[in-house]
Ligand binder design. Structure first.
Ligand SMILES: Nc1ncnc2c1ncn2[C@@H]1O[C@H](COP(=O)(O)OP(=O)(O)OP(=O)(O)O)[C@@H](O)[C@H]1O
Ligand SMILES: [Mg+2]
Length: 238
């Protein structure tokens, strides 16, 4: 299964969520993360990896030679490239790489850069699920709506396979509730004050819930939560 994680806005938490999801999924499955980011991406420095084993060499050469495993992890990655490298890749190159990886892994997660290009479009169209990451601020929400419309108009996105997660939620939701995105918002992750890496315990707990939400696993509410909801209903009736 190919899951592409995307946002038209930078800094919303795509990489953090992608790696946290990869860590959670790799507990039981074979996972490869493809960093489709030429800005350049973060994986090389974040995970201490070799920048030569990147997406461009994986597309144009032997992709197996470009697979790296971050220390202490059970998932593999292919790191992103640099800005001048992107034009070397065509839609078909990316399509082929995604296909090869999906034959070898249970999950291929693609951490996608915000800009649209041939490569990005392949990552959107070849995905079984596209997860939009957004923050509840006016710019992120309006850009997501605009981008969503653009992608749909050009046939670059299948709305039926797309959903959204709201990240860094602080207090009451404001903008996200004011618009109809036309796609389900499957999960909310709070702003985690002391977060400094994807492996943070709280982030991994949310990644587990996000994974369940992505695959439609309904969580049984705790006894305590059911009691509180029951009392609320009684109170409303009176
Ligand atoms: N739920 C959260 N609470 C607090 N901080 C968060 C949360 N999620 C992510 N962050 C922080 O936000 C910053 C940006 O996250 P990240 O690099 O994952 O975003 P990105 O969308 O991949 O950015 P870019 O577009 O630059 O690739 C990081 O410092 C990360 O630790
Ligand atoms: Mg990123």
């Amino acid at each position: 299964m190919v899951i592409t994680i995307f946002s038209p806005k930078g800094g919303v938490g795509k990489t953090t969520l992608t790696l946290a999801l990869a860590k959670v999924l790799s507990e039981k499955s074979r996972v490869c993360v493809l960093e489709c980011d030429f800005s350049p991406g973060d994986f090389v420095s974040l995970l201490d990896l070799d920048k030569e084993k990147n997406i461009v060499n994986a597309c144009l050469g032997d992709y197996k030679a470009c697979i790296q495993r971050p220390q202490g992890e059970k998932f593999d990655v292919i790191v992103g490239g640099f800005p001048d490298m992107q034009e070397n890749l065509k839609y078909a190159d990316m399509e082929k790489l995604i296909k090869s990886l999906s034959n070898e892994y249970d999950y291929v997660l693609i951490d996608l850069q915000p800009q649209i290009s041939e490569v990005t479009v392949a990552a959107l169209l070849k995905a079984d699920k596209v997860l939009f990451v957004m923050e509840d601020d006016i710019s992120a929400v309006s850009r997501t709506v605009g981008m969503f419309e653009y992608l749909r108009l050009h046939g670059f996105l299948d709305a039926g396979r797309t959903c959204a997660v709201v990240n860094k939620v602080r207090g009451k939701k404001k903008y996200i509730t004011a618009v109809d995105l036309g796609i389900p918002v499957i999960y909310h992750i709070p702003y985690l004050r002391k977060l400094n890496e994807y492996k943070d315990k709280k982030m991994l707990k949310h990644a587990r819930n996000l994974k369940d939400a992505l695959f439609g696993v309904k969580k049984e509410k705790s006894l305590w939560r059911r009691l509180v909801n029951g009392f609320k209903r009684v109170k409303q009736k009176n």
